[in-house]
Structure formats: C-alpha cells, structure tokens
Design a protein around this ligand. Structure first.
Ligand code: NDP
Ligand code: 8X3
Length: 252
C-alpha cells in the first residue's frame, strides 16, 4: 500500500520543494504550514499532478496538531511518510545578549512541534505496517558557530531524537532519517533576520549555496530507497562551505 506524504512547513523552502518533488512522482500529499494562502496556492498548482490536501497548522499548538492530524479526510489519512521540516532560526546574537523569546520560539517549533507531529502520526504509521519519518536537522546540530547557540542545540535534539526513534521502532518497519543540510538559500535567513533582506542576502554573497530543490532531491532519495535500507543521518553542505579552525583568544 502506498500512503500519503505529510510535509510540515510546506509553504516555503525545503518543504515546498519537497512537495513539488513528491508530486512529480505522483505521491498523495498533505501540506501543512501557518500561511494558508501559500499552501492553498501550492495545492492548486500541484493538484494537476497528484491528490493534494492543504492544512493550516502551527506545529507549536499541541492540541491543533493532535486534532488536525488525526482527522485528515480520506484518502489522505493513511500517512506513510512524515517529513518533519517546519522550523526556524531566530537571530545570531551571542548567548549573553540574545532575546530569550527567540530561544523559546526555536524550542517550541524545532523541538516541541516536531515531537507533537511525530507522536501524533507515528501510531497510525505503525498500525498500517510501516513507513518513514524524515526529520530535517542541520549541520548546526554537530558544528557550533557564534550565534548558533539555541538553534544548533534544537537541531542536536532532532539528530538524537531521530536515532532514539530508530531504536524504539525496531521491528516495526519504520525508517527514520535525519537530513542535515548546511547553507541553503530559502526564506531561512530572511526569517532569522526578521525580514531584513539585505542581511539575509549577504549570507550567500559570492558563494553558491544549496537550493531548496537540492535538499528536496535528497529527501526524495532517502525515501525512495528499497524499504530495507535506512539512511540514519545525511549531512550535506555546498562545496563552498566548510569548517573553521578552533578559535583561540590570546589576550590573556
Ligand atoms: P523557510 O523559512 O523557507 O521554511 C520554513 C518553513 O517552516 C515554512 O514553510 C514555515 O511556514 C514553516 N514553519 C515555521 N514555523 C512554523 C510553525 N510554527 N508551524 C508550522 N510551520 C512553521 O526555511 P527552510 O526551508 O530553509 O527551512 C526548513 C527547515 O530546514 C527548518 O527546520 C530549518 O531549520 C532547516 N534548515 C535550513 C537550512 C538553510 O540553510 N536554509 C539548513 C539546515 C536546516 P509558515 O511560516 O507558513 O508557517
Ligand atoms: C541552517 C544552516 O549553517 O545556517 O541550519 O546553521 S546554518
């Protein structure tokens, strides 16, 4: 049985590009995000290619996640692939200066929202005989950078949660993959800098970042492998991004 693909954060970036990719393969889609106008436009566009259902959903709202994701109409309720993509970074200030509200929003979205969606959808996936949870992590989970403080930590949660899901789901035919991209030009930096397009654009100045379509290709790849293959973790950067040496403060 081929079930539907539920993508959170489908109104932009990786989520939107993944919707296009899975639609091109004829997969039935449930597309969720807060900006319903964007979701509606995407549903309309993709409905030529596949069956598509749009959902206005704030993943931070535990009750809404539970009620909306357990009452999907036919033929969308048989979710087989959950793509936990909704997420954001806010600010790049140091931990001694940053607005603690930013931290709360990142924790509520990237950690708690991802947990709510997973916990709500998983029982059905298991009951129907298996499926796949694809979590969108980040290189920031493993590699610290100044100002990455809570954002990187939320993605470290996603990385370890993904591994622990695998151990819990052993024998239940559910694949779990954490896809961990580096720099990719989407609305990500625009959101991080609260709509400051100049600051956001400068992040990708003079280098070729990943595109949302690149990441969607990878998400589709991990989900399209034969069912006995589980990619646990897949980290990907643009060629022009790498690590730095250790920082050493010598004024001592
Ligand atoms: P975008 O800002 O383009 O997309 C983020 C998506 O998440 C939007 O569709 C947004 O929809 C949705 N979203 C945010 N908050 C909520 C919420 N509370 N409830 C439901 N949906 C929400 O960024 P990306 O596509 O780049 O980001 C997607 C994921 O990839 C995120 O988890 C991000 O952390 C991660 N990532 C991004 C990288 C990058 O460089 N771009 C690299 C590594 C990881 P709406 O506002 O309509 O709700
Ligand atoms: C986003 C990638 O490198 O900006 O998760 O932290 S990075």
């Amino acid at each position: 049985m081929i079930g539907s693909v539920l993508i959170t954060g489908a109104s932009s970036g990786f989520g939107e590009a993944s919707a296009r990719k899975f639609a091109s393969a004829g997969r039935r889609l449930v597309l969720a995000a807060r900006r319903k106008d964007k979701i509606d436009a995407l549903v309309e566009e993709l409905s030529d290619q596949t069956e598509c259902y749009g959902l206005e959903l704030d993943v931070r709202d535990r009750d809404a996640v539970s009620s909306k994701l357990t009452s999907l109409p036919e033929p969308f309720s048989d979710v087989e692939i959950l793509i936990n993509n909704a997420g954001l970074a806010l600010g790049l200030e140091g931990a001694d200066e940053v607005d603690v509200g930013y931290w709360e929003t990142m924790v509520d979205t990237n950690i708690k929202g991802l947990m709510y969606c997973t916990r709500t959808v998983l029982p059905g996936i298991v009951e129907r005989g298996g499926g796949h949870v694809v979590n969108i992590g980040s290189v920031a989970a493993s590699w610290p950078y100044p100002g990455g403080n809570a954002y990187g930590a939320t993605k470290a949660f996603v990385q370890q949660f993904s591994r622990n899901l695998r151990t819990d789901l052993m024998g239940k035919n559910v694949r779990v993959t954490c896809v961990e991209p580096g720099m990719c030009e989407t609305e990500f930096s625009l959101v991080r800098f609260e709509g400051d397009a100049e600051k956001a654009g400068a992040v990708y100045d003079g280098m070729k970042p990943l595109s949302a379509a690149d990441v969607a290709e990878i998400v589709f790849f991990v989900a399209s492998l034969p069912a006995h293959i589980n990619i646990n973790q897949l980290e990907v950067m643009p060629v022009n991004q790498s690590w730095s040496p250790f920082a050493v403060h010598r004024d001592s």
